[in-house]
Design a protein around this ligand. Structure first.
Ligand code: P1T
Length: 379
C-alpha cells in the first residue's frame, strides 16, 4: 500500500458488531468476561482498547514498523523509552532538541542515575568518537527543534548498531509522511502525535513505533506497567487527523518554502533556518532522507534584540503566538522563553538559540495571507 492509501485504510476495518465504517470510540474501562480468563482479547482498558488498537496498527503501517505503542503524550512515550535503560547507563543525544525532552533526561532521570550527554551529531563521524563505555542509547531528533539541524539517520544508526547501542529517532518535526527512520536503521521511532499526526491542535498524544518483536514487547510491558495511556476519544481524534496527514503536510511544506524564501530576502532578518535551502549545512542529507523539507522555519533578526523579537511575536494576527506546532493553523513562537526555557541560556546559545530567535509552524492557510501577516509584523 502507498502512503496515501495507508493513512486511510491501514489497520482500519468496519466495526464487526455494527458495520460502523469509522472506528468507534470504545469509551469503557473494562470488558465482560464469560468465565475467569475467558474473554474476547480485552480485559482492562489500560492494557487494551479497540480504538487504540486500530490507531496502533495504522501508525505501525505509516512508519513501516511491525508494532506501535500509544501514550498520553510525546513525553510519556519518551519516558517509556528511557525506562528501557538502567541506572548508570548513558544516553548520547543530539545537542539541539525539544526543551521538554532535555528536561526529562536531565531533571527527572538524572536523579535515578541516568547519564546524558549532548553532542553535535550533524557530522556523523563525530558520533563514533563520542561513544563511551556506558552509552546504551543514541537519541536523535531530526530536523531538530528549533534550529532545524539535520542528522544523518542512516549513518548514525549504522555506527550505533556496530556498538550494540539502541537508537531512538524523534520524528515529530518531519512526520511519517516526510521521513521513515526505521527504514534507515533506527530501532525506535517516537512521535509527539500532538503535532503533525493529529494535525488539528486538539489533542495531546504520543507514540512509539518499532519493527522488533522483543522490543515491542518490552515497550508494551512499560506502557501497561507505568500506565500513561491515551483515552479512546484522543485515539479517535488522532485517527481522524491521520486521514489527511499527507495532504496537510504537503501543503504546509509548500507554504513553508515560500515563507522561508520571503524571510531570507527581508532586510530585518539575519538568518533563516530551513533544511530546504541549498546552503543549509546538511541540505544534501535532508534531500536524501526526507520526502520534502518540512514546514517548520526559524529565523533570527539583524539587530538580535529581544525587544524587536517581542514586537514581531506580539503583532502577527494569522500566526498565533503559542507553543506547539504541526496543526493546520500557523503558529509563531519564541523558543528562548517558551518551548526551550528549561535549557540553560549558555547551552542554548551554543547552538544558536538566541533571545531573538523566532520559530514558525507554517500551516495550510493561503500563503499570500501568511506572508502579508509576517510583512506587517516585521514592518
Ligand atoms: O507535548 P508532547 O506531546 O508531550 O511532546 C513532546 C515533544 C517531543 N518531541 C518534540 C520534537 C517536540 O517538539 C515535543 C513537543 N514540542 C512542543 C510543544 C513545541 O512547541 O516545540
Amino acid at each position: 500500500m502507498k502512503f496515501a492509501t495507508k493513512v486511510i485504510h491501514a489497520g482500519i476495518e468496519p466495526d464487526p458488531s455494527t458495520g460502523a465504517v469509522m472506528t468507534p470510540i470504545f469509551q469503557t474501562s473494562t470488558y465482560a468476561q464469560e468465565a475467569p480468563g475467558v474473554h474476547k482479547g480485552y480485559e482492562y482498558a489500560r492494557t487494551q482498547n479497540p480504538t487504540r488498537s486500530a490507531l496502533e496498527k495504522n501508525l505501525a503501517a505509516l512508519e513501516n514498523g511491525t508494532d506501535a505503542i500509544c501514550f498520553a503524550s510525546g513525553l510519556a512515550a519518551q519516558d517509556a523509552v528511557i525506562k528501557l535503560l538502567k541506572s548508570g547507563d548513558e544516553i548520547l543525544s543530539v545537542n539541539d532538541l525539544y526543551g521538554g525532552s532535555y528536561r526529562q533526561m536531565v531533571r527527572v532521570y538524572s536523579a535515578w542515575g541516568l547519564k546524558s550527554r549532548y553532542i553535535d551529531m550533524y557530522d556523523a563521524s563525530k558520533v563514533e568518537a563520542a561513544i563511551g563505555p556506558d552509552t546504551k542509547m543514541i537519541w536523535i531528533e531530526t530536523p531538530t527543534n528549533p534550529m532545524l539541524n539535520i542528522v544523518d539517520i542512516a549513518a548514525v544508526c549504522a555506527i550505533a548498531r556496530q556498538h550494540g547501542i539502541l537508537t531512538c529517532v524523534d520524528n515529530t518535526f518531519a512526520s511519517p509522511y516526510l521521513q521513515n527512520p526505521l527504514d534507515l536503521g533506527a530501532d525506535i521511532v517516537l512521535h509527539s502525535a500532538t503535532k503533525y499526526i493529529g494535525g488539528h491542535s486538539d489533542v495531546v498524544h504520543g507514540c512509539l513505533i518499532v519493527k522488533d518483536a522483543e522490543l515491542a514487547q518490552r515497550l508494551r510491558f512499560l506502557q501497561n506497567a507505568s500506565g500513561a495511556v491515551p483515552g479512546p476519544m484522543d485515539c479517535f481524534l488522532i485517527l481522524r487527523g491521520i486521514k489527511t496527514l499527507h495532504l496537510r503536510v504537503r501543503q504546509a511544506c509548500e507554504n513553508a518554502e515560500k515563507i522561508a524564501l520571503y524571510l531570507a530576502q527581508h532586510p530585518k532578518v539575519s538568518k533563516v533556518y530551513w533544511p530546504g535551502f541549498e546552503n543549509h549545512p546538511n541540505h544534501a542529507i535532508a534531500k536524501k532522507q526526507m520526502r520534502l523539507f518540512g514546514a517548520m522555519v526559524s529565523f533570527d533578526l539583524k539587530n538580535n534584540t529581544l525587544e524587536d523579537a517581542t514586537r514581531i511575536l506580539s503583532n502577527t494576527h494569522l500566526f498565533t503566538l503559542a507553543e506547539s506546532l504541526g496543526g493546520v493553523e500557523s503558529l509563531i513562537g519564541h523558543p528562548a522563553s517558551m518551548t526551550h526555557a528549561s535549557i540553560p541560556k549558555e547551552e542554548r546559545l551554543k547552538v544558536g538559540l538566541t533571545d531573538s530567535l523566532i520559530r514558525l509552524s507554517v500551516g495550510v492557510e493561503d500563503v499570500e495571507d501568511l506572508i502579508d501577516d509576517l510583512a506587517a509584523a516585521l514592518a
